[in-house]
Design a protein around this ligand. Structure first.
Ligand code: DGP
Length: 113
């Protein structure tokens, strides 16, 4: 999608610190880290949110999850990490392109679930 900031990051049109890339997914450091390690994993294909994952694109969304463990290992997250995907306004989703936050590098403390 031409006006989507994450589509532009995945296309290299907006600079980011890339941690992993393949044909379908792109992972990069969050610009506003909430933990010592905080990166985002996104599909290169524009999927607006979890609500837009369907039978046609589910493999792409699943591949986002598939690559997280390897990136986390390279980032030294041996003590574990948290994966979050905000969906819609009540969850505070600010960028309407499906993304998985991966946070770690310290005990994360208080949690919702
Ligand atoms: P969310 O609130 O779940 O939609 O999270 C969006 C995240 O995207 C937020 O943690 C900040 C991050 N972000 C927004 N714009 C940029 C950007 O231009 N570059 C990078 N690296 N991260 C961004």
């Amino acid at each position: 999608m031409s006006d989507c900031i994450f589509c532009k990051i995945a296309a290299g049109e907006i600079p980011s610190t890339c941690l992993y890339e393949d044909d379908t997914v792109f992972a990069f450091r969050d610009i506003n880290p909430q933990a010592p390690v905080h990166f985002l994993v996104i599909p290169k294909e524009h999927i607006a949110s979890m609500n837009d994952v369907n039978a046609e694109n589910a493999a792409v969304a699943a591949h986002c999850l598939e690559v997280i463990g390897g990136i986390a290992e390279k980032e030294g997250l041996t003590g574990g990490y948290r994966v979050i995907s905000n969906c819609g306004p009540d969850a505070g989703q600010t960028v309407p392109h499906l993304h998985f936050h991966v946070l770690g590098g310290k005990p994360l403390g208080e949690k919702i679930i």
